[in-house]
Write a protein that binds this ligand. Structure first.
Ligand code: NDP
Length: 287
């Protein structure tokens, strides 16, 4: 290895260690008794988020559509150490359910410290087929219900100096083939919650907004749909969930998980033909 390469490598290591060294660490005690509402928590990343809050001794309300599965997850939360674990079955495509869930959670918990918006409607992995009704429905589930819930919870979060944690995707930053409606809902989510973050900062609000940009994660749903069609390695849902809980508690503006998603976000506009080539070749496809 040449001298320049050695110096460059050493510099990168020093910067990495300096950033790691100065990074704030999670005060686990701050989550004991914290009042938390997690959506899409019957399975996948949301379920793992609920378990991490439970291990930290939080009071957790979880929601999704399947009541029986939620009941099982709530029991697991209690076993893992949650001070309280309750569930509310609700459908985020309904007009009323998003606000009703926040109302019920506030009633049950007597306030709210964390609102973690994580659910998604069933996403098809296929080329755009012109199904505008499905797209509207997905916008309702993946975007408008998030806006409704955040709006309903805002006063309570303001009172508790609370945190809004929004689960987004790398595909909200880099558009992907086969997932045009999903990519669009995640881009819109980023746009809305970035704007809200600015407004809350300008108003000197107590509420923090953390937007989580996730790459490919090994949940059953993602592996079923995409696992066989790409060689991109999937990161662990449990690790992703712990990073999400930590970033929310540290009131960070943005989380990138795994770290490579940050690199892709940084470099995507440097030379668009490369990004285009990557996005069109990461999935196996025969026309
Ligand atoms: P899953 O499909 O595993 O879980 C989705 C959750 O949403 C389930 O709990 C499901 O429960 C719930 N849900 C589905 N439809 C509705 C509805 N209409 N109303 C209420 N709840 C509903 O998703 P993941 O865990 O894989 O993803 C979680 C988050 O992470 C999402 O925001 C996703 O965009 C993001 N993400 C995931 C990636 C991945 O590779 N896994 C990559 C990038 C981002 P139920 O069926 O009981 O309603």
């Amino acid at each position: 290895m040449g001298t320049f390469a050695k110096v460059l490598l050493a510099s990168i290591c020093v910067v990495y260690l300096a950033v790691k060294w100065n990074a704030p660490t999670l005060d686990a005690e701050s989550l004991r008794g914290a009042r938390v509402l997690v959506t899409g928590a019957s399975t996948g990343i949301g379920e793992q988020i609920a378990y991490h809050y439970a291990r930290f001794g939080a009071r957790v309300v979880i929601t999704a559509r399947r009541e029986k599965v939620l009941q099982q997850v709530a029991e697991n939360c209690t076993r893992l150490g949650a001070q309280e674990a309750l569930y509310i079955a609700a459908d985020m495509s309904s007009e009323q359910d998003p606000e009703k869930v926040v109302e019920l959670a506030l009633e049950k918990l007597g306030g709210l410290d964390y609102l973690v918006l994580n659910h998604i409607g069933t996403s098809h992995f296929r080329m755009w087929d012109g199904d505008v009704e499905y797209f509207k429905w997905l916008m309702k589930v993946n975007l408008f219900s998030y806006v409704q819930m955040a709006t309903k919870a805002m006063d309570a979060l303001e009172q508790s100096k609370g945190s809004l944690v929004v689960i987004s995707s790398l595909l909200g930053k880099v558009a992907s083939p086969f997932m045009a409606p999903y990519s669009s809902t995640k881009s819109a989510l980023n746009g809305f919650f970035r704007a809200l973050h600015h407004e809350l900062s300008m108003k000197k609000s107590n509420v923090s907004v953390t937007i989580c940009t996730l790459g490919f994660i090994d949940t059953d749903a993602a592996m079923d749909k995409v696992g066989k069609l790409t060689d991109v390695p999937a990161a662990s849902a449990t690790d992703a969930a712990l990073n999400i809980v930590t970033s929310g508690a540290l009131r960070e503006e943005e989380l990138f998980y795994p770290w490579s998603t940050y690199l892709v976000t940084l470099t995507k506009d440097w030379y668009p033909p490369i990004t285009n080539h990557i996005m069109q070749s990461i999935f196996k496809y025969e026309p």
